[in-house]
Ligand binder design. Structure first.
Ligand code: FCB
Length: 454
């Protein structure tokens, strides 16, 4: 049945980006390279051979982007800080000029009536930290805490909500197991160890933020997708649960529940490979005020004994696909919100990322008729409204992304922006139809949702 979508008073309407994907200015004001500067400059790593050297040049053009956000009625901006701008070298000294940039950005947002939602880490690890072992070395736990402390002390008087990490699962898995992302390591055992250190550092980051800004809300942004068993067979259902545990809960449960979830067929072997030391599980115990969900698609999962560790296989789903190849399945968003609501004691939830790639550029009329993205946003926002009607405490929605930008290993070929950017020319911005539709919904235009979607 179709029902009217309603969003509560005070619902946070935002858009999101991350530092390396939009800033450019890789050497400005004392910044040193991150692992993404290095990775993108390594031939063969990014499909179109591009880098984030210029990207959207938001480092210099943020005033223009803030005007755009304001015109669209967006009330929040989720951006990330670049760690090597703030702490450029292994000596740990804080770079005042790097921090000053974010200070200006935050002030300009506030002046425009847009709430800043900073993410402390969105994948651009300082190269010096990688040289010291990166996420595989426990020294990163203290280093991350020091970085968080420096940032929060400087900006904390103006920030209501901090997001600590972006997608710990993706940075661990793509960075260390498949090697598709920086630092480009492909070693499954290493990835298991890294995931554990990421969890320890994550908890340390939360502690540092709380110590420096006791009044602020603290959350993070986890990549999540609903896992759908391929058939009614109980072995497929069990495999889908393991997938849920490995992707959605592995980087959350140990921090808030004190234990790793049952994600592998042989949990003892997995835990043994992870180098869990006495005191670790206590050290990573923490709490969050908000759970941020980044959701793009779903996972269809079958049991598969050929993989003795996970015992599962991912199958292609039956839904339509976007240009990046991800299946469109709006019910996955409703379902994952309900699951998080049930499993973590009715927490406050933010949809910290949701969106799709759609290559549509300006037509002869100069406008961007990105109908596929408009439909995607309508359907997914509808499912957020459905979860709200079901009683979930969803506080806001951030469209990924404000701008077309550097989509990691896909370079500039995949456009996720609600605003088009002229990468071939002068980087001019053009608000797409999807941005206008979102602006309309924010302003109260009617939207309906289907309450029967699986
Ligand atoms: C997420 C990332 C974000 C962007 C989108 C498409 O996994 O957090 O930076 O790449 O996917």
């Amino acid at each position: 049945m179709l029902r009217p979508a309603r969003f509560p008073q005070g619902f946070v309407w935002g858009s999101a980006t991350s530092a390396y994907q939009v800033e450019g200015a890789p050497q400005a004001d004392g910044k040193t390279p991150s692992i993404w500067d290095r990775f993108a400059h390594t031939p063969g790593k990014v499909v179109d051979g591009s880098t984030g050297d210029v990207a959207c040049d938001q480092y210099h053009r943020y005033p223009e982007d803030i005007v755009l956000m304001r015109e669209l009625g967006l009330r929040a901006y989720r951006f990330s800080l670049s760690w090597p701008r703030v702490i450029p070298d292994a000596d740990g000294a804080v770079n005042a000029a790097g921090l000053a940039h974010y200070d200006r950005l935050v002030d300009a947002l506030l002046e425009a009536g847009i709430a800043p939602y900073p993410t402390l880490f969105h994948w651009d690890l300082p190269a010096w930290m990688q040289d010291a072992g990166g996420w595989a070395d426990r020294s990163i736990i203290g280093r991350f805490g020091e970085y968080a402390d420096a940032v929060v002390r400087r900006l904390g008087d103006r920030i209501g909500t901090w997001l600590v990490l972006n997608e710990p699962h993706i940075l661990t898995w793509l960075g260390h197991e498949t090697g598709a992302h920086a630092p480009g390591l492909a070693d499954r055992e290493l990835a298991l160890r890294v995931g554990h250190v990421v969890n320890l550092a994550h908890a340390e980051g939360v502690r540092a933020v709380r110590a420096a800004a006791p009044e602020a809300l603290v959350g993070s942004a986890w990549n999540m997708e609903s896992a759908y068993p391929a058939t009614d067979d109980p072995t497929d259902a069990a495999a889908a649960e393991r997938h849920h545990a490995r992707v959605n809960a592995w980087f959350l449960d140990p921090l808030v529940k004190g234990a790793y979830p049952e994600a592998y067929l042989d949990m003892d072997a997995a835990l043994a490979a992870m180098d869990v030391r006495p005191g670790d599980m206590d050290a990573m115990r923490t709490s969050f005020d908000l759970i941020g969900i980044n959701m793009y698609s779903r996972a269809v999962i079958a049991h598969d004994a050929a993989d003795p560790i996970s015992g599962l296989r991912r199958l292609p789903g039956s839904g339509p696909r976007t240009s990046i190849g991800w299946e469109v399945w709006p019910g996955s968003l409703h379902r994952i919100i309900r699951r998080v609501d049930a499993d973590y004691g009715h927490p406050a939830i933010l949809v910290t990322e949701n969106g799709c790639s759609d290559p549509t550029g300006p037509g002869p009329d100069g406008l961007v008729h990105d109908d596929d993205r408009t439909r995607y946003l309508e359907e997914h926002l509808g499912q957020v409204a459905r979860a709200l009607d079901d009683g979930a405490d969803v506080r806001g929605y951030f469209a990924w992304s404000l701008l077309d930008n550097f989509e990691w290993a896909e370079g500039y070929r995949q456009r996720f922006g609600i605003v088009w950017v002229d990468f071939e020319g002068d980087l001019r911005r053009v608000a797409k139809d999807s941005a206008r539709r979102l602006a309309g919904i924010i302003a109260g235009a009617p939207l309906e949702y289907d309450d029967t979607l699986a």
